[in-house]
Design a protein around this ligand. Structure first.
Ligand SMILES: [Zn+2]
Length: 543
């Protein structure tokens, strides 16, 4: 691992020029050597404006070039050769995953197109802006792209939205992978898993998997690039240049992280609020998709029935974060704390107000909540160190490894946020239904099915209220006109603890049906539904 990283770091020195050249020419990039023995030779070489590395080996200078350029130099009498070893070691953006499987920027873009082709009725791929490099020069940089997941055939008015973004900090390699895994999971499980199915029928999941593609391209060579590629201030190195996009949002911009801070610092917020195209793209997307639900004063809450959940994916630290970041004022919707604690129950992360990590301003989650009243969160995946720790764990840590297994660990968290997005401040306070099974009781009448559900109001750091009621719905979920509640009973006779098993029977017609279950706590909050399919084949197996 360590040797591999060192190799990547060495290669990383090539990248900035390489990434630009590969866009400007069809010819493969190679590493050339040019021998320079005298000052006059050096002056001649310098006049060729080669893409020189910032080091030399004896009399040789190394540079990124093409075969055509080498022939041209040879014809002019220069002593040039190809460095085969270094050429072989060049990264190949757009063709290979890296570090065992992480998708590159290009592969992530291709992946979105593949999903759109494979699931046309469940997807809408869109472009919401251009990266900083692309704004400067259309032949560089990338389009900023996202995907909206919802059953487009199921047009039922305003579907609530869960928006999740990955890769705002380029070196946090795990986060775009978590975002793309969510896309794959929901689409491939539509019609298979009942929860994935109703989430796409009834909600919209907007995923922005690659927030900072310019920066990510540098990070893909193993360099610890965090910010975007705006190098207009400070004369910083490639790795340290740029604006921290998660300090550049316009809400409370410049309060903690200030424009007078050193521009080469990793949390520099830029010269003005939302100065970066990556930031304005997402801010506009948030404003276009969510209503403004919060009054201006920072101590005033959004209404209880405010809609929408927003999640910004980061690493590392094993944290679930909620507003605010700038000071110790608790968010006026203290439900944010409860939701973070309920989410953290799934992955065991520490749910804290962002300020408890360190002070921040101009962040994404504070914009989503502060500007619009959307329930805004951040999540920090993974340990700071160890075999699956740090910004760049091996790809295998997505599915295993000590301190890893990120996808299995965090999938339930993402699905939880997706489930509560209709009215997070009410639904997020309610109990969750953790398990739900359906079976045919022996000798039961035609169409009668037994349900058994485990419902709990417990959260990380909170015992929760007692369960007060549990109910089931067949085919029509509780928020839809025409839904019919079927009360379930406590298996032990009484709903009087924060975790209960509920049982009961429902009548279900022949064929495939979906059954929803939800619980209510003693404070009167209904939690999110969990669903299960009953499928015994049309016209059979129902007797
Ligand atoms: Zn981060």
């Amino acid at each position: 691992m360590k040797i591999f990283l060192i190799l990547l770091l060495a290669l990383g020195a090539f990248l900035p020029v390489f990434a630009q050249d590969s866009k400007q020419t069809e010819e493969p990039t190679i590493v050339g050597r040019i021998t320079v023995r005298t000052d006059s030779e050096m002056r001649r070489v310098m006049a060729q404006a080669l893409d020189l590395m910032e080091y030399r080996e004896g009399d040789d200078l190394l540079f990124l070039t093409t075969q055509t350029e080498l022939y041209r130099l040879e014809a002019k009498g220069f002593e040039v050769t190809i460095d085969q070893q270094k050429t072989a070691e060049l990264p190949h953006p757009g063709t290979d995953t890296f570090m065992g499987g992480y998708r590159t920027v290009e592969e992530t873009a291709t992946f979105l197109d593949q999903m759109a082709t494979q699931y046309p009725n469940l997807t809408e791929v869109f472009t919401y802006g251009q990266s900083w490099l692309k704004v400067q020069n259309p032949s560089l940089g990338y389009d900023l792209r996202g995907i909206k997941l919802t059953n487009r055939n199921n047009r039922i008015g305003n579907k609530p939205i869960f928006m999740v973004q990955g890769g705002i900090h380029a070196r946090e390699l795990v986060t775009p992978e978590e975002a793309t895994r969510l896309i794959e999971y929901l689409l491939s499980n539509y019609g298979v898993d009942a929860d994935a199915t109703w989430l796409l029928d009834e909600h919209q999941i907007i995923v922005l998997p690659m927030y900072n593609p310019d920066g990510r391209k540098i990070a893909e060579t193993g360099q610890l690039k965090r910010k975007n590629m705006n190098n207009t201030t400070g004369g910083c190195s490639i790795v340290n240049s740029g604006i921290d996009l998660n300090r550049n949002y316009s809400f409370s911009w410049g309060v903690v992280n200030m424009p007078t801070d050193p521009p080469c610092g990793e949390t520099w917020p830029g010269l003005t609020a939302s100065s970066e195209p990556e930031t304005t793209g997402i801010q506009n997307l948030l404003i276009a998709n969510f209503p403004d639900q919060r009054p201006a004063p920072r101590d005033q809450p959004a209404p209880l029935d405010a809609t929408g959940v927003f999640l910004d994916l980061h690493s590392t630290g094993n944290l679930v974060l909620y507003p605010w970041g700038q000071d110790n004022l608790p968010p006026p919707n203290l439900q944010l704390r409860t939701i973070a604690r309920k989410a953290a129950r799934y992955n065991g992360y520490n749910p804290i107000q962002t300020i408890q990590l360190y002070p921040t301003s101009g962040t994404s989650q504070d914009f989503a909540y502060g500007e619009l009243g959307v329930a805004g969160f951040g999540m920090e995946t993974g340990n700071g160190s160890g075999s699956c720790g740090g910004f760049m764990p091996p790809y295998s840590c997505m599915d295993g490894g000590t301190g890893g297994n990120f996808w299995n660990l965090n999938r339930p968290v993402l699905l939880y946020f997706a489930k509560i997005c209709r009215t997070p401040y009410m639904t997020g306070e309610g109990p969750v239904t953790d398990s739900l099974t359906i079976s045919r009781p022996p000798a039961a009448r035609v169409g009668i099915y037994s349900l058994r559900a485990q419902v709990t109001d417990a959260a990380s750091l909170e015992a929760g209220q007692n369960i007060a009621a549990v109910e089931a719905y067949v085919d029509v979920p509780p928020w839809r006109v025409g839904s019919v509640a079927v009360p379930l009973a406590a298996e032990d006779g009484n709903f009087n603890t924060p975790t209960e098993y509920a049982i009961g029977t429902v009548h279900v017609g022949p064929g495939k049906h979906i059954i929803f279950v939800r619980g209510r706590d003693a404070a009167g909050n209904w939690g999110p539904v969990k669903a299960v399919f009953k499928n015994d084949g049309a016209g059979q197996g129902d007797g």
